[in-house]
Design a protein around this ligand. Structure first.
Ligand code: R5P
Length: 280
């Protein structure tokens, strides 16, 4: 039985079409801005779904209230699916006095939820901060299937070595070769990105990352691939965080930009619901 927080409402129609049972809840705001939630149904187990995109803090508080309400009603087992986990990039102390923000959020959610499922979390090691079972769900299959027809005889590239595993997983779905870009210093003041050990000339290329924010990484990679003679250039990511103007910037530099719907955006054309429905 699924319960959808306000960061999960955009999955509702597709989940229902796939036969998922949805537990009704009222979610609104008091006039002073505080959240109010009320869970309607009853049961033993529930899977709460909410992606914590902007306004992130509000959605996190809502998840705490929903967890409390479900426990109050006597639910015994609670799973939590957070397709896009806010604060996941704040995973280390860089200046004395800072928190490890992702740890704070995971610990707080762990008070109520037994299991946590996140799609393509920025740093999978941070899942250890959740007190219960925590799983990183891969969107490789849904991303791969979306690009299958477009990539015949192409290749998959990660924008940096750290993102190589994602490119490998998608390439494996499609039976294609994969590699990554690396930064090469060409003079004391100039650094150039370059794809490692692959020839992109005349090939269709998919570049994949976990997050697109300003779009700078993808635009630089795409411009380079054009210079190297790539045929069609496709760009994808799990989470379209998209700063102001980023969709236009990236779309203008490539043949197609399509991200998953962990965050609803105008280019969230790849649905994670076929993976989500398995977690109910
Ligand atoms: C960085 O660690 C992430 O994996 C992405 O590469 C980054 O967030 C992309 O940022 P932008 O779109 O601003 O270049």
């Amino acid at each position: 039985m699924f319960l959808l927080g306000s960061g999960g409402k955009h999955f509702e129609d597709e989940l229902r079409n796939m036969g998922a049972e949805i537990l009704e809840a009222e979610i609104k705001r008091f006039p002073d801005g505080e959240k109010y939630v009320r869970v309607m149904g009853n049961g033993e187990e529930a899977t709460v779904v909410s992606s914590t995109f902007y306004p992130q803090d509000e959605k996190i508080v809502e998840l705490l209230l929903l967890g409390d309400a479900l426990r109050e009603k006597g639910f015994g087992k609670l799973k939590l699916v957070v397709p896009y986990f806010a604060y996941s990039r704040q995973d280390r102390v860089t200046k004395e006095g800072e928190p490890i923000s992702v740890r704070a959020v995971m610990r707080a959610l762990g008070i109520y939820y037994d299991e946590l499922y996140v799609f393509d979390i920025h740093n999978p090691e941070t899942l250890r901060f959740f007190p219960g079972k925590a799983v990183n769900v891969s969107p490789a299959r849904v991303i791969g299937e979306y690009f299958r027809d477009r990539l015949e005889d192409g290749l998959v590239l990660a924008p940096d070595k750290g993102a190589l595993e994602r490119a490998r997983a998608i390439a494996e779905v499609l039976g294609l070769e994969y590699s990554h870009f690396e930064k090469r210093r060409i003079s004391p003041t100039e650094v150039e990105m370059h794809p490692v050990d692959v020839d992109v000339n005349g090939k269709n290329v998919l570049i994949v990352d976990d997050i697109i924010s300003t779009g700078g990484t993808m635009v630089r990679a795409a411009e380079l691939l054009r210079k190297l003679g790539a045929k069609k250039i496709y760009v994808s990511a799990t989470h379209g965080v998209f700063a102001e103007g980023a969709i236009e910037r990236v779309s203008g530099a490539v043949d197609e930009l399509a991200v998953t719907n962990t965050i609803p955006t105008p280019v969230s054309r790849i649905s994670i619901v076929p993976e989500l429905v398995k977690l109910g």
